[in-house]
Design a binder for this molecule. Structure first.
Ligand SMILES: [Zn+2]
Length: 476
């Protein structure tokens, strides 16, 4: 049994793990590494789509492997980069969830390689495919063959995505694999248990347990304990953190504040997070407000709903129809089929709205006649990169400009005062404390930490830790 780690090592995200065993080759996720991509690229400096895989291969963002990638991209990259081939060298991709740091680079893989994932994840990817810009990194669901330079003449090809069900085993050639539904900040997140020649391998994907019922937690733990896990490939985003937070606390804190607000409440949350959507929608109902959502947020939720996922919390939802020079077809369709509100509607009746606007839509505040009675709630994670810090500063300036509520003063290291957002958020990742308890219950023989900047920290919570290096193959 061989495991090769092309990403997810000493970084949060970018998971790309190759498992070879019993004459079967599978990939566990094939995500974009924001950290690696951010070393070279920023807004206005992007990989050149016209060169196919070339820039990605040169900079090590994609592993230089034969038999992985789309033949149309190999052709335009030049065959000195990679050679064309008869059949792909991978039997399948097992996709844990729809976040781009796990799914994004599937766009580059040969579409004949089937992707196995939960039905919720397929719906999440389908929703994002509609609203995200049509570029090379948004071809997970469907590819648009690049041999033809003219965009309109390009052949489209659907990727083979096969949906799998919780605790129903399936086979990829000689490997038996069982998905286990877990919870994360996007629907559909699953772990996968793989029956290899050396025993069971468990791949965690991203997960948290704090929002799962005690009964379900027990069920998962006893199932995994019985599986006698040989190796647990485990995420450790929050391995250093001890605090256990619950979504209920987010709801209570946010409600407490919003109850007192006389003007408009504007909120920012992560588009994929339906748990947060439900929390905010419930708060809007309790405070007699409509919950107005921008096109992409509204599209995401209605697409999930059409696919039978998360049908709750829509009673008081409206589409915020931002003014645009031209509308895409999917935006026009949303307007036709939904309750629509405009900036004028909201400006006239501020106390009856909760409006979702993130930083990229912040200019809308200008049209909403914002004043000091209005409140901005950031229900999203803290900035965790230099670029995010810079955006955060600009963001704070907007809030200050309109004298909105929602900021507090903090003393920074230099002793100066700084305005920061009063956040209402919990992470989609398990804390180190809960992870230690979980591992103690399932008792794997060894753990390979991934999706963490601090793999060594795992040594403080468990005995047998294998530290993998990027691009290293571990033979067991
Ligand atoms: Zn994730």
């Amino acid at each position: 049994m061989r495991l090769t780690f092309y990403g997810g090592i000493k970084e949060i995200g970018g998971n790309k793990i190759l498992l070879e065993d019993k004459k079967t080759v599978i990939l566990l996720d094939f995500g974009k590494s924001y950290k690696e991509a951010g070393k070279y690229f920023e807004e206005f400096v992007n990989p050149r789509a016209v060169q196919g895989l070339k820039d990605y291969l040169e900079l090590g963002l994609l592993p230089r492997k034969e038999g992985f990638y789309r033949q149309d991209l190999i052709k335009i990259s030049g065959e000195s980069e990679l050679t064309l081939y008869e059949k792909p060298k991978i039997d399948a991709v097992i996709l844990s969830h729809g976040h781009l740091d796990h799914a994004g680079y599937i766009s580059f893989l040969n579409p004949e390689i089937p992707v196995f994932t939960a039905k919720e994840t397929l719906a999440v990817l389908g929703a994002f495919y509609i609203s995200r810009p049509k570029n090379l990194e948004n071809e997970i669901i469907e590819i648009s063959e690049r041999e033809e330079a003219d965009f309109k003449k390009r052949k489209k090809k659907k990727r083979a995505i096969i949906t799998v069900e919780d605790q129903k085993p399936f086979f990829i050639k000689n490997l038996k694999i069982t998905p286990i539904k877990v919870d994360h900040s996007v629907p559909g997140a699953s772990m996968f248990l793989i029956e290899s020649s050396i025993g069971s391998i468990l791949y965690s994907g991203d997960f948290r347990l704090s929002e799962i019922s005690e009964e379900r937690k027990k069920e998962i733990c006893s199932f995994l304990r019985k599986a006698k896990i040989k190796i647990f490939i485990c995420e450790g985003t929050r391995i250093k953190e001890q605090i256990i937070l619950r979504e209920e606390k987010v709801r209570q804190d946010a409600l407490e504040k919003i109850k007192e607000v006389k003007g408009l409440v504007v909120v920012d949350y992560s588009i994929g997070d339906v748990v947060r959507f439900k929390t905010l929608s419930a708060i809007a109902r309790e405070t007699k407000r409509f919950f107005a959502l921008p096109y992409n947020y509204f599209n995401y939720l209605s697409f999930l709903k059409q696919n039978g996922i998360n049908a709750e919390g829509f009673e008081n939802v409206a589409l915020y129809a931002k003014k645009k020079i031209s509308l895409k077809k999917w935006e026009k369709d949303l307007i036709k089929n939904s309750k629509v509100v405009t900036s004028e509607d909201i400006a006239k009746d501020k106390k009856h709205y909760l409006l979702a606007l993130n930083f990229y839509q912040i200019q809308e505040l200008i049209d909403l006649k914002i004043n000091e009675d209005c409140f901005y709630l950031r229900a999203i994670t803290e900035p965790h990169s230099e670029e995010m810090e810079i955006s955060e500063e600009r963001f704070v300036n907007w809030i200050k400009h309109f004298k909105m509520q929602g900021l507090r003063e903090e003393i920074i290291e230099s002793g100066e005062k700084k305005s920061v957002f009063d956040r209402a958020h919990i992470s989609g990742h398990i804390s180190g404390k809960e992870l230690a308890e979980f591992i103690e219950k399932i008792k794997p023989e060894a753990i390979i930490p991934i999706h963490t900047e601090f793999p060594e920290e795992f040594k403080n919570i468990y005995k047998n830790i294998i530290i993998a290096e990027k691009n290293e193959t571990i033979k067991i």
